[in-house]
Design a protein around this ligand. Structure first.
Ligand code: ZN
Length: 223
């Protein structure tokens, strides 16, 4: 999980969102069965496309690359129906994280919202594992509820680190010069926001080089 930035809402949601929300709430209040059309308007193709763009087609929680992915309500519609078509409440996520997260909701004890929180302040990326920082309840709730160290993720993250090792080895032994500089650029690329499991890669590179690789400047880091 990495810190994410919410893009501007897609035009369709900015203009139609309030109307779609009102329609959904009216149907619910009337006790009528809500039609799929009204219930799933937030799944509009333009909304999905922007969700893909802002997370580089990765699950907002576990960073697994998704080709289609699911649209998650960060705060579940069951508890917060008024947020059904609110852009800030939507995120691209993988099927497994969506299933694990389920209808979890607590106003006083929320999970990490990667668009608001800096996950690094709550989570520890330790090899292929994702752990909570000692004493951090928000991190603990998030790792447990989202199953961020589930076996398939551990396997994928392990493979990610293993695939990166030859490049790191090569950089370390290479003589100074342009080639070595280019190798470093390739290493940095692996840790970029659009790279799969970037948080794991960054932690691995930190353990190897003792430096935080550059990422997007973010005022949350100073908070
Ligand atoms: Zn996921």
């Amino acid at each position: 999980m990495i810190a994410l930035r919410k893009m501007a809402p897609p035009e369709i949601l900015a203009t139609k969102g309030p109307e779609w929300t009102a329609e959904y709430l009216a149907a619910k209040t009337a006790g009528e069965p809500v039609s799929d059309t009204v219930r799933f308007r937030y799944r509009h193709a333009a909304v999905k496309a922007t969700l893909h763009e802002e997370t580089h087609s990765k699950c907002a929680y576990c960073e697994t690359r998704v080709s289609v992915g699911e649209t998650d309500h960060i705060l579940p519609v069951k508890e917060r129906p008024e947020l059904i078509c609110v852009w800030e409440n939507l995120a691209l996520c993988c099927k497994e994280c969506n299933r694990a997260k389920g209808p979890y909701y607590s106003a006083s004890e929320p999970l990490i919202n990667p668009f608001v929180d800096d996950p690094d302040r709550h989570l520890l990326f330790f090899g292929p594992l994702v752990l909570h920082r000692s004493g951090d309840d928000k991190g603990m709730r998030t790792t447990v509820r989202l199953e961020l160290s589930r076996p398939d993720l551990i396997e994928r993250r392990s493979r990610r680190i293993n695939d990166l090792m030859p490049l790191v080895d090569r950089w370390k032994v290479h003589e100074e010069g342009e080639t070595k500089k280019l190798l470093w650029q390739l290493i940095l690329k692996e840790a970029a926001d659009d790279s799969e499991y970037a948080a794991t890669v960054r932690a691995y590179l930190f353990s190897e080089f003792g430096v935080r690789v550059p990422s997007e400047p973010d005022n949350r880091a100073a908070a």
